[in-house]
Design a protein around this ligand. Structure first.
Ligand code: NDP
Length: 605
C-alpha cells in the first residue's frame, strides 16, 4: 500500500502481524538448531578426495622442484592474489611469484564452473580493475566464463604468468629467522625462499560434505558442485546437460550454488529431486546486456565511484543516488528507510524495532514471490524462507522457483533436519528412499573451521610458533593483515576485516594496503615488518566489541555459515571477526592510517 511520506510507517500499514511471524521464525530456527554446529560436516578426505581432482588439467603434470629466493610469494591465484600481484607490480616489485593449486588463474571462478554459474554482485563493481583493463563487462551480472577470462586477462596485463606455479599446493610455511625469509614448501617438492608472503587462500575454497551415514556406500555417480563433472552430465556452464537425459538426479543443498544449477539439471534430467534443509531467499535477478550508450557516458574514475556508492549503500550509509540499483541496495535501503539516523528521534530499541519491521516487510515480499512462481501450495510453502534477510546469503534468480513447477522436479523438504542418510542406491529422508543415478552435493564450503585447516597447511613463525595454536581461540591480527610472531606474512580475505558483499572491493582495498606496507618496508631497508603486541591487542578488542554488537541478531538467526552454524560466539566464523562499523568505515580507517604515514602499530627491524 502507498504510505504517507510525512509519517513513520506502523505495522498495520504492511498487512501483517509481526508477533506470529516472529514466533514462526523461532519455530523454524528451532527445527534447524543442532548441537554439533560445524562438526555436522565431514572433510573431503579418503575416497572422496577424488571430488577435489582438477577436471580442467591433463593428468601427469610434473616439473623440477624450485629452491630459489624471491621477494614476494603470493599464495592463491584468485582475485585476491591477482590484485595483490597487480598492486605490487605497480609498486615496482618485479620479483614475485603466485602459487596456485589450480591449472590457471581464476580462483573461485576457475573451480566453480557448474551450469549457470554467475556472479550475484553487479559486474561493473565486481570485476576488478575494469578501467585499468579498459574493459566493460557484457552484462549487468556476468556469467562465470567472462569472469574467468577477466582474471586471466589481469594476469597477462600485470605480467603475473611469469614465474607463476600452477597445479602446486602449498604444504607448509616456515619462518627462517637467520635468513629472514619464509620457506614455502609445496607438494611439488619446492622449498621457495620468500622475503614476504601474501596469503589469499579464498574464503570458500574447501568443499564440505554432510557428515551423514552412508555417504561412502552410494554406488551411483556423485560429485561436488565445485568440480562439476561435465564428462558425466554433458553440456557446459551454459547448460544443455544432455548426459542427464534418462537419469534420476539428486541435489543436496539449496544455497546460492544450487539455486543457479537446479534449473539446468531440471531441464534435462528424467527426474530431479532437490533435497532442502532451509529454503533460500530468492529475489528477482533482472539481468540485462550492457548498454553501449551508457558505456559512452562513463568518465574516468567511474568504477571506483560506483564501487564506493554500492558499498556505502549496502552498509546502511546514505548516497544521493543509487548507481547499482539492484536487489542488494534495495534490501538495505528498505531496511534503512524507516530509521531516523539524525540521532534525535529514535532510541536504539526503536531503531531495532523498525529494522525488524522493514525486514519482515522485505521477507513477506520474498515469500509472496514464491506464490507467483509455484502453483502447488505445499511446495510453495516449503520454499518460503522464514528468517531475517541477512541471516543467510540472499539469492537472486528468475528461473529457480519456476523449476519446481516442472513435472519432473520434486522438492524433498526435510523440514530443517537435512537428509537422513545416503544408501547404495539413493537418498533417504524420513525413512523413504529416493533412488537416483547421480548425486550432486551442493553443500558448500568450510567457513567456520580453523584458518590453517582451510588453507591446507600450517604456518610456523618466530620461535616455532604455529598459527593454529596462536589462533586456537580465534584470529588475532592488526587490521586483519599481520599477526605478531609471523613477520612479513600478510593475510587477505575475511580475517578481522571490514566485510562487504562485494568481496573483490574488499580484496582491492586490502591489496593496496599490503602493497603500501611492503613498499614502505623495502624503501626503509628493513628486513622484517611485524605488528606490535599492543596494536594487535587493540585491534582484537575492537573486533570483539564489534562482534558483541551483532551477537543478538546472529543468535536469533537460523543456522548457517553467517552465524557459525548457530554458534556465533565461538569466534571463527566470518561474522565473529568483522569490523562492525562496516566496510566503508574500515577502508577509510586504512586510508587514514596510510595518510598519517608513520606506520603506527608496526615494528620495522
Ligand atoms: P551454502 O553453504 O550456501 O549451501 C549449502 C547448502 O547445503 C545449504 O542449503 C545447506 O542447508 C545444505 N545442506 C548442508 N548439509 C545438508 C544436509 N545434511 N542435508 C540437506 N542439506 C544440507 O553453499 P553454496 O555453494 O550454495 O554457496 C556458498 C557461497 O558461495 C554462497 O553463500 C555465496 O557467498 C557464494 N556463491 C555466490 C554465488 C553468486 O554470486 N551467485 C553463487 C554461488 C555461491 P542449510 O541452509 O540448512 O545449512
Amino acid at each position: 500500500m502507498a504510505l504517507d511520506s510525512r509519517r513513520r510507517p506502523e505495522p498495520a500499514d504492511f498487512g501483517f502481524d509481526p508477533n506470529p511471524l516472529r514466533e514462526k521464525y523461532r519455530r523454524e530456527r528451532a527445527k534447524r538448531i543442532r548441537a554439533d554446529g560445524n562438526d555436522q560436516y565431514r572433510e573431503v578426505t579418503g575416497d572422496f578426495v577424488r571430488y577435489l581432482d582438477d577436471p580442467y588439467v591433463e593428468p601427469g603434470y610434473t616439473r623440477e622442484p624450485l629452491s630459489d629466493d624471491i621477494e614476494v610469494a603470493i599464495i592463491g591465484g584468485g582475485f585476491g592474489g591477482l590484485l595483490a600481484g597487480a598492486r605490487l607490480r605497480e609498486a615496482g616489485v618485479d620479483d614475485l611469484r603466485i602459487i596456485e593449486s589450480g591449472g590457471d588463474f581464476g580462483g573461485t571462478w576457475y573451480w566453480n564452473r557448474y551450469p549457470g554459474a554467475q556472479c550475484d554482485i553487479e559486474s561493473y563493481v565486481y570485476l576488478p580493475l575494469l578501467e585499468e583493463m579498459n574493459y566493460v563487462p557484457k552484462e549487468k551480472y556476468s556469467h562465470g566464463p567472462e569472469i574467468l577470462a577477466h582474471s586471466q586477462a589481469i594476469a597477462r596485463r600485470y605480467d603475473l604468468y611469469t614465474n607463476a606455479c600452477f597445479q602446486t599446493l602449498v604444504t607448509g610455511l616456515h619462518w627462517d629467522p637467520d635468513a629472514a625469509r619464509w620457506i614455502v614448501s609445496t607438494n611439488r617438492g619446492d622449498r621457495i625462499k620468500a622475503r614476504f608472503v601474501c596469503m589469499s587462500n579464498g574464503p570458500l575454497s574447501l568443499a564440505k560434505l554432510p557428515g551423514i551415514p552412508g555417504v561412502e556406500s552410494f554406488e551411483g555417480h556423485s560429485f561436488h558442485t565445485s568440480r562439476w563433472d561435465y564428462a558425466y552430465t554433458g553440456g557446459d556452464t551454459n547448460g544443455n546437460l544432455t548426459g542427464l537425459r534418462g537419469k534420476r538426479v539428486g541435489i543436496i543443498g539449496t544455497g546460492a550454488t544450487a539455486v543457479q544449477c537446479v534449473p539446468h539439471v531440471g531441464e534435462m534430467a528424467e527426474h530431479l529431486f532437490v533435497f532442502q534443509r532451509t529454503p533460500s531467499s530468492i529475489d528477482e535477478r533482472g539481468n540485462r546486456p550492457t548498454d553501449p550508450e551508457w558505456v559512452k557516458t562513463l568518465e574516468p574514475g567511474w568504477q571506483q565511484r560506483r564501487m564506493d556508492n554500492f558499498n556505502i549503500l549496502v552498509t546502511g550509509g546514505f548516497q544521493e543516488e543509487d548507481l547499482v540499483n539492484d536487489g542488494w541496495t534495495d534490501i538495505i535501503q528498505k531496511l534503512s528507510s524507516m530509521v531516523d539516523r539524525s540521532g534525535e528521534g529514535d532510541t536504539p530499541e526503536q531503531i531495532e524495532a523498525k529494522l525488524e519491521l522493514a525486514d519482515f516487510q522485505k521477507m513477506e515480499q520474498i515469500r509472496d514471490r514464491v506464490d507467483s512462481f509455484v502453483d502447488d501450495p505445499v511446495t510453495a510453502e516449503a520454499l518460503k524462507p522464514y528468517f531475517r534477510q541477512f541471516c543467510k546469503r540472499p539469492c537472486f534468480h528468475d528461473q529457480y522457483l519456476s523449476t519446481f513447477g516442472r513435472p519432473n522436479v520434486t522438492l524433498v523438504d526435510t523440514q530443517g533436519r537435512g537428509v537422513e542418510r545416503v544408501s547404495e542406491g539413493g537418498i533417504v529422508v524420513d525413512g523413504q528412499e529416493y533412488e537416483v543415478d547421480c548425486l550432486i552435493y551442493a553443500t558448500g564450503f568450510e567457513v567456520g573451521t580453523d584458518y590453517t585447516r582451510r588453507a591446507g597447511y600450517e604456518i610456523i613463525g618466530r620461535e616455532g610458533l604455529a598459527l593454529s595454536s596462536k589462533w586456537a581461540d580465534g584470529m588475532s591480527t592488526f587490521h586483519g593483515f599481520l599477526s605478531r610472531g609471523f613477520p612479513n606474512c600478510f593475510f587477505m580475505g575475511g580475517t578481522q576485516t571490514g566485510l562487504t558483499p562485494n568481496f573483490t572491493h574488499m580484496l582491492n582495498e586490502q591489496s593496496q594496503h599490503i602493497a603500501y606496507i611492503i613498499e614502505r618496508g623495502r624503501k626503509s631497508g628493513a628486513t622484517t615488518i611485524e605488528t606490535s603486541e599492543e596494536a594487535e591487542a587493540e585491534w582484537v578488542r575492537t573486533i570483539n566489541e564489534s562482534a558483541n554488537r551483532r551477537q543478538d541478531f546472529l543468535l536469533e538467526c537460523t543456522p548457517g555459515y553467517y552465524n557459525n552454524e548457530g554458534k556465533p560466539g565461538e569466534g571463527r566464523g566470518w561474522f565473529g571477526g568483522v569490523y562492525a562499523d562496516g566496510a566503508d568505515a574500515f577502508f577509510q580507517l586504512l586510508r587514514d592510517w596510510r595518510a598519517k604515514g608513520d606506520l603506527q602499530g608496526l615494528e620495522l627491524r
